[in-house]
Structures are given as C-alpha cells and as structure tokens.
Design a protein. Structure first.
Length: 256
C-alpha cells in the first residue's frame, strides 16, 4: 500500500513551503523526510535575525546554530547584547534573604568569570568562522537588552503588576536567546549596566581573528520596537564607533 512517506521530495518541499511558520518546528519532528523538507523554511521563517547575550549558554547556542549546515545559512543578522550585571553584585555573598539579590550575584559571577577568561570571544570567533565557511551575507551588531518606552505627561503610563511603572518611562526587556537561563526574572534596568564598549570590543576581536567582518554593523539602541538599520562599512564607521563609545544612553536612539 502506498504511503505518504513515498511521495517525491519535491512534494514535501511544497508542503513545507506552504506550512504556517508556527507549525514548521513540529513538522520537523515528524520524521526524517519531513525534517529535511521543513528545516530550511523553518530557518528562514524563524532564525534569520537572532539576538544573543554575553553568557556561556547563549553563545554556545550561537556556535551550534552557525555550525548547522542548513540553519546556519539562514542567518541574516546576529546581534549581541550590551548589558551586564552591575559590578556591585559580584562581591555580594549568597544566602541573603533577598532572592533577587542572590540571583543577581549568581548571574554576575557566572557572567564575570566567563568574560574575564575571554571565553565569550573564543565562542564568537568560532561562530564567525562558521559563518565565514557558509559564505553568506550576515550583518553583525549590538543591541540594548533594555529599552525605554516613553510617554507624554498627558498620557496614562501602563501598569505593571498592578502598579504604575513610572510617570514617563517604562523599561522593556528584549529577551534574547539565553536571557532566561542567565537572568531569570531579574530586572536589568535595576541590576544591569549598559556596556556597549565591551560588546563592541569583543565583536571587533572576533571579527579580526576569524577574518569575518560581516556585511555592515547593526546598532539597535532605539527606545522603540522598530527594526534598526544596518550601517555599512563605508558609511562613516569610525565616526559611529566613536559616538557609540563616548555617548550616553540618551544619544544613541538617533541611530534607529
């Protein structure tokens, strides 16, 4: 008796191409034939523009993604977060009655050890080397893990957990891959600090060491939720980097 599995691969490619993007992940789990047919459409639908943070879990995920022979070729942009847990939490002893304090200390210790050993740079080099092998066009960049929604005084600011979240500003977390694993429910607008210079430096070293400069740089520091515009290498890159390193948070949304 004929079965669906015996249909030509072209038919399964057509099925995958017309499947809702939310169902492609499940389609890949059906069997090997469907996995082969659905993997590239899944990558193009869900993995073209990805964000990561400075953590072992997140950047190992980036390496695994870029190493994949199909999904790695679907990437169009890779951005790394600018935030770190503030230094004041690194020396805090665990075991306090404040669970948020303990969580911040644990995340800070994990992140600090990882970064001081330059392991984040090693993983970035490995990921960019993988991308170089694929040969596609990929934009590299930075993004702020926390952005601000601003409101006019005449507007009613949104409520969060039943409380006003501020008269003029609400902080919004952009949860990149690995955010929950490292930060959990921590509020980075309180326990975090913005360190774009460190992230840019790590990316610069990784680009130089891997020989993969990317096809422009993406600076996503806007307070809104729109897509940032990549900056090409020939569009005043040195001036942009100088602005990035020397400016404070309030200046950067102009690059949006």
């Amino acid at each position: 008796m004929p079965t669906a599995i015996l249909l030509p691969p072209e038919i399964w490619d057509l099925v995958a191409a017309t499947t809702n993007s939310n169902d492609l992940a499940n389609l890949r789990l059906t069997n090997k034939t469907m996995n082969n047919a659905a993997t590239r459409p899944f990558g193009l639908a869900r993995l073209t523009n990805r964000r990561f943070i400075i953590s072992p879990f997140s950047l190992k995920g980036l390496v695994e993604l870029t190493a994949h022979p199909v999904l790695g070729r679907c990437l169009k942009s890779v951005s790394v977060g600018t935030y770190r847990i503030s230094a004041e939490f690194r020396g805090c002893p665990e075991g306090s009655e404040d669970t948020q304090y303990d969580a911040a200390h644990h995340a800070s210790a994990t992140q600090s050890r990882f970064e001081k050993a330059d392991l984040h740079i090693q993983l970035l080099i490995e990921a960019l080397t993988n991308l170089k092998a694929h040969g596609g066009r990929v934009v590299l960049g930075l993004f702020d893990d926390v952005v601000e929604d601003r409101f006019l005084r005449s507007e009613n600011p949104p409520r969060r957990n039943g409380r006003l979240d501020g008269h003029l500003v609400r902080h919004v977390h952009r949860r990149a891959y690995g955010f929950g694993e490292l930060y959990g429910d921590l509020d980075l607008s309180i326990v975090g600090s913005r360190q774009p210079k460190l992230t840019l430096e790590a990316l610069g070293i990784a680009m130089h060491s891997s020989g993969r400069n990317g096809d422009g740089l993406l600076f996503d520091f806007g307070r809104g939720h729109g897509e940032a515009t990549p900056i090409a290498w020939d569009s005043g890159f040195n001036q942009v980097v100088r602005l990035l390193v020397l400016s404070d948070h309030t200046l950067m949304p102009a690059i949006d």
